[in-house]
Structure formats: structure tokens, C-alpha cells
Design a protein around this ligand. Structure first.
Ligand code: SF4
Length: 227
């Protein structure tokens, strides 16, 4: 019998709630990038993946058009993943530093990776309405996993989590390395901690806004909170 998480992922994969994103993800999968012309693109919503017993939930933005929209696994096959997985490997959350395809043997330990929107958006920008459409999936992941630590990769993920937990406290501000306690709420009856990190996109890594060291600090913080 499928687990709750497996059932949820099946629902996500067949979702067509956002017409603009459905059209875009399928168009990209049909046209392809020259370098991947012989590959079959995933071209569907990308579900979360990782350890079903995870205490750490990582929330990204949305699939890359030629990254996870191609490979079908979060952060797999693009530059953001190329920065993320070596850091997770170093911190003990992944069994390997590389993530090239969905069948590369990567296993996450005590971690589950998901996104604010599950379909690749044009210009990497899901609209507010599309984020709202996708929010219930993230809510259900949180309710199933009951994470002790939530790491938000980027401001969009951070704002989504605040929205889910109905946090209107103006002292919750996005900055790299900021950590907040989320107390019990009507949404969730278990306490969690929230860590903010810059997203490991090339926009941040190539400009030096996010470095290997400052990214490693995030995962060290997460490990500390698990002790
Ligand atoms: S972004 Fe989310 S809600 Fe919209 S079509 Fe994709 S999976 Fe469905």
C-alpha cells in the first residue's frame, strides 16, 4: 500500500492546475536544449524527494527548465544542484556530491527536498497565483513529515513558509543565516526552526553573494539544531 508521501507525489505528478506552467513545462520538454536533444525530458510537475523520516525539510523555488524539468528530481542536473549537493554531502545529508540524473544513486539522509512551485516557470518566476495553487502540496508535506528544521532556499520559499504558518510577526525577516523558532500553531502542532539561506542559483553563486563557506554554514546550523 502506498505511503501518504507516495500518494501525495502521485497527485503532484499529475497536476495541471496552472495552465501557463503546464504549457511551458511541456513546451520546454518538446523543444529541449541542444545539449540534451537526445534525452527524454520529464516535462511534468517535480515531486519532493528524500528520506521519508527526514527531520530537515529544504524548500526551494521551482524546477529549472532544463534541470529538474528534464531529470524529474529536485535540483538534479543543473548548476544550482551542482552547488547544493556537494554541500549536503559534506554535511552528511547526502551519500554523494553529484546529482546528474534520477538514477544516479543519490540518497538523502534525514532530509527531504521540495519546492514552492513544482512546475518550471518561464524566467524562473512563478506568479503569486501559481504559488498559491501549489501551496497545499507543501502544506501536506509539512504535515506528513513534521520537520524539526525547515531550510528556505531564497526569499520566495521563506515568504511561502511564513504564509503557511500564518506568521505576521515583522521581526521575521529574510537574510542569509537568519534562524527563527516557529511555535505551535493551528497549522502545525509541533515546534520547528526555520533557517534562511540564499538560493544556490548561479545568480548568487557566480556573483559571490553565496559562497561555499557561507552555504556550508547553513548546513552546520541545521545539524546543530538536530542535536
Ligand atoms: S505549479 Fe503546482 S499547482 Fe501549478 S500545475 Fe504545477 S504542480 Fe500543479
Amino acid at each position: 500500500m502506498p505511503t501518504q508521501l507516495e500518494q501525495l507525489n502521485q497527485e503532484i505528478i499529475s497536476c495541471r492546475k496552472c495552465p501557463r506552467l503546464v504549457e511551458w513545462r511541456e513546451e520546454v520538454a518538446r523543444v529541449k536544449r541542444k545539449a540534451y536533444k537526445d534525452e527524454e525530458y520529464w516535462g511534468k510537475p517535480v515531486p519532493g524527494f528524500g528520506d521519508p523520516q527526514a527531520r530537515v525539510l529544504v524548500v526551494g523555488l521551482a524546477p529549472g527548465a532544463h534541470g529538474s524539468n528534464r531529470t524529474g528530481r529536485q535540483f538534479t542536473g543543473d548548476a544550482s544542484g551542482g552547488f547544493l549537493f556537494p554541500a549536503l554531502y559534506k554535511a552528511g545529508f547526502a551519500n554523494q556530491a553529484e546529482a546528474g540524473s534520477g538514477s544516479d544513486g543519490l540518497v538523502l539522509k534525514d532530509m527531504y527536498i521540495t519546492a514552492s512551485a513544482r512546475c518550471a516557470p518561464p524566467a524562473n518566476k512563478p506568479s503569486p497565483e501559481e504559488l498559491n495553487n501549489c501551496q497545499p502540496y507543501l502544506e501536506r508535506e509539512i504535515q506528513i513529515l513534521k520537520p524539526k528544521v525547515i531550510v528556505c532556499l531564497g526569499r520566495v520559499a521563506f515568504e511561502r513558509i511564513l504564509r503557511i504558518y500564518s506568521i505576521r510577526d515583522s521581526s521575521f525577516k529574510f537574510s542569509h543565516g537568519a534562524m527563527y523558532r516557529i511555535s505551535n500553531s493551528s497549522f502545525n502542532l509541533h515546534p520547528s526552526s526555520l533557517i534562511c539561506s540564499y538560493h544556490p542559483s548561479q545568480q548568487n553563486t557566480l556573483t559571490g553573494k553565496l559562497t561555499v563557506k557561507t552555504f556550508d554554514d547553513i548546513w552546520r546550523q541545521a545539524n546543530e539544531l538536530l542535536k
